[in-house]
Design a protein around this ligand. Structure first.
Ligand code: FE
Length: 335
């Protein structure tokens, strides 16, 4: 209820900001599924540097994309920021994002992390890899996501729900690499190995490993980073998956300019600024993610995890094969 009220108050403030004559002047309107705590400091910095105000509304990806769709040409939004390439792909597929021609973005954002038609660009990268109990597992026992289906992990594996887009994207990419039959077999193996019911979030999963409920799991690294900051002796470490095969599954948080943007030029200026080194350090660092701009320094916690080989496939596949991935997870009984 508190959350519901907070949302309405935020929404009222958001709507008021359109009608207030005091707030006239250059501005960009952003819909963001990246939370306020992650974007506000970045937008404040932008306003400080450029004088351009950024008005934003945050929410969950599904409702925000649906809202953009129902608003159609009347939408106030110039830009959409979401986490997970699967969400950006959905928005582009629904015709909600426009192609952006930008030498800056082409130079900075690697091809695999942007839409072929330039309707969205990655801004920060998030690795989804394995974590394990340092008390009960030796890293030499680990190798690939696929190998977590082996019987030796029976009663030792923890997974987050298949309803989360992070896992849908991971499975979609593995499906592209391995084909439907092998992927279904892998998923059945994972399910057979579960030590506990699937988790609602990555943090609870990592805590379950620390508490001895299971030995190994799959999470986004920044969740481990947050817990490591709170507790440096946490008996959980991360392992870079698939280093001798396809590479770690890397997803992204990114943005596109809406089809019906009222200020597309101002939105593009903001998008290009977000990809620059100065903004990248803050944008990625604030959540212990990886900057998409390779000239940017990594957060110290992130740096301590070391370098890794990432999957080279274009992340559009996460969107394209999402429905198949969901169907396979369903068929394998992965809740
Ligand atoms: Fe997350």
């Amino acid at each position: 209820m508190v959350r519901f009220l907070a949302r309405w108050i935020a929404l009222l403030g958001f709507m008021a900001s359109f009608s207030s004559p005091l707030l006239a002047g250059p501005e960009v309107v952003v819909y963001s599924t990246r939370g306020e705590s992650l974007i506000k400091p970045i937008f404040d910095l932008y306003t400080e540097q450029t004088g351009v105000k950024v008005v934003y509304l945050t929410g969950e990806a599904g409702p925000l994309i649906a809202r953009l769709q129902s608003e159609g040409a009347r939408t106030p939004a110039d830009m959409l920021i979401t986490v997970d390439a699967g969400n950006l792909w959905q928005a582009a597929d629904k015709g909600l994002l426009r192609p952006v021609k930008s030498r800056v973005l082409e130079a900075v954002v690697p091809d695999q992390y942007q839409d072929e038609d330039n309707r969205w660009f990655g801004l920060s990268l998030r690795a989804r890899t394995m974590v394990y109990s340092t008390e009960r597992v030796k890293p030499a026992e680990l190798s690939t996501y696929e190998a977590l289906a082996e019987p030796r992990w029976k009663g030792r594996l923890c997974l987050r729900t298949s309803k989360k887009v992070y896992n849908q994207s991971l499975v979609a990419m593995l499906l592209e690499h391995n084909g439907a039959d092998k992927t279904e077999q892998m998923l059945k193996g994972w399910v057979a190995n579960l030590a506990a019911p699937v988790f609602a979030n990555d943090t609870a999963l990592i805590e379950a490993i620390a508490a001895g409920q299971c030995d190994v799991g799959i999470v986004n690294t920044y969740y481990l980073g947050r817990l490591q900051q709170q507790n440096p002796t946490l008996p959980v470490a991360l392992f870079w998956a698939n280093q001798s095969t396809t590479g770690v599954h890397v997803n992204l948080s990114g943005a596109g300019i809406t089809t019906h943007a009222k200020s597309p030029k101002a939105a593009q200026a903001l998008l290009e600024w977000l990809a620059k080194r100065s903004a990248q350090e803050a944008f990625a660092g604030i959540n212990m993610e990886y900057p998409v701009n390779s000239a940017t320094r990594w957060d110290p916690v992130v740096k301590a995890w070391g370098e890794f080989k990432a999957d080279k496939l274009n992340l559009s596949i996460a969107g394209q094969r999402q429905q198949e991935a969901i169907m396979l997870m369903d068929r394998a009984g992965y809740p």
